[in-house]
Design a protein. Structure first.
Ligand code: AMP
Ligand code: FE
Ligand code: FE
Ligand code: ZN
Length: 303
């Protein structure tokens, strides 16, 4: 197991990454990864395409990053991202909720684009959504890219900083899934959940340790500790919280292609910890996964 490199959080163009799923798995292999999880926001549309293009020796962990909400220390509603792995993507309650979220995302992008256009920014709502099928999860990065294309900003990051980040003029909230419900939905679908970038302060308010403890109680399996948006203090706090609550510590790049500066594999998960996550998945049923169309991808993993 030594030397096995594992990245458990990446995005393709079926959500807000820029690599097609097939290109993403090739990039993972080129970066020397042995295991990569595809975790697009609110969609599993990339699984089969990634699976079909899987380079020899690379294992694909099918996953998703679910858009959820919780409350911060002052009781304010806040956004939470929940990574989910090895669940049955045909689980009816989950399918219904993901479809609802994608429809909501589309309406929101249209609302923001219309507001930008009204205020004279060079964005056309139809252009932003052009060619993106319903199983694609659209979001603020699509608007950010439209602004980059129109040369209204120099980068996706600048678009967030000036217009789209939480609290900026064009930020619009969406009705995400209560995080407890999302943990339940994935457990019912035989998968496991890991709380993504929980202490990334640059993304806005963060969840409290009490919320994390309650989620652990409810069935959460892990905490993403090593993430590009976590400083050393955040990593240390999350690591001790994970140990205290019996949660698996993970590490991952949150790769988004050219939408973010982080390279695939720039942060990784320790192989022993990955094994622990697999044990939790097996305990959760994992069988849900065996009926999934990409089950074969999993069989490929040999530590
Ligand atoms: P959305 O899902 O539409 O709310 O957009 C959220 C996505 O935008 C995240 O998954 C990140 O990819 C990106 N994002 C969110 N906040 C920021 C930020 N402050 N700076 C850069 N990218 C961000
Ligand atoms: Fe994203
Ligand atoms: Fe996220
Ligand atoms: Zn992500």
């Amino acid at each position: 197991m030594r030397g096995v490199r594992i990245d458990l959080h990446t995005h393709s163009s079926v959500s807000d990454g820029t690599d097609a799923p097939a290109d993403l798995v090739r990039a993972a292999a080129r970066a020397g990864l042995d295991v990569v999880a595809l975790t697009d926001h609110d969609t599993t549309a990339g699984w089969l395409r990634a699976r079909e293009a899987l380079p020899p020796g690379l294992t694909l962990v099918p996953g998703a990053e679910l858009s959820c909400e919780s409350v911060d220390a002052r009781g304010r509603r806040m956004s939470v991202h929940l990574l989910a792995y090895l669940f049955d993507p045909t689980s009816p309650a989950l399918v219904t909720e993901q479809e609802r979220l994608r429809i909501e995302r589309r309406a929101r992008v249209r609302t923001i684009a219309a507001r930008m256009a009204e205020n004279g920014l060079p964005v056309d709502p139809d252009d932003v959504l052009e060619g993106l099928p319903p199983d694609t999860a659209v979001g603020r990065p699509h608007l950010a890219r439209a602004l980059v294309r129109a040369r209204a900003v120099g980068s996706v990051q600048e678009a967030f900083d000036r217009y789209l980040a939480t609290g900026r003029e064009y930020y619009v909230a969406k009705a995400d899934t209560p995080v407890e419900t999302a943990v339940d939905l994935i457990a019912e679908a035989g998968g496991v959940t890991v709380l993504a970038h929980a202490f990334a302060t640059k993304r806005g308010p963060t969840v409290t340790p009490e919320t994390i403890a309650a989620l652990a109680e409810r069935g959460l399996s892990g905490l993403e500790v090593d993430h590009p948006d976590h400083d050393p203090a955040a990593r240390a706090r999350l690591a001790s919280l994970a140990d205290e609550l019996g949660l698996v510590r993970t590490g991952a790049s949150d790769y988004h292609g050219t939408n973010k500066p982080t390279g695939i594999g720039c942060e990784t998960t320790d192989p022993e910890r990955f094994e622990a996550l697999l044990d939790r998945a097996a305990a959760a049923g994992g069988g849900g996964f065996a009926v999934a169309p990409v089950g074969g991808a999993w069989d490929g993993y040999r530590p």
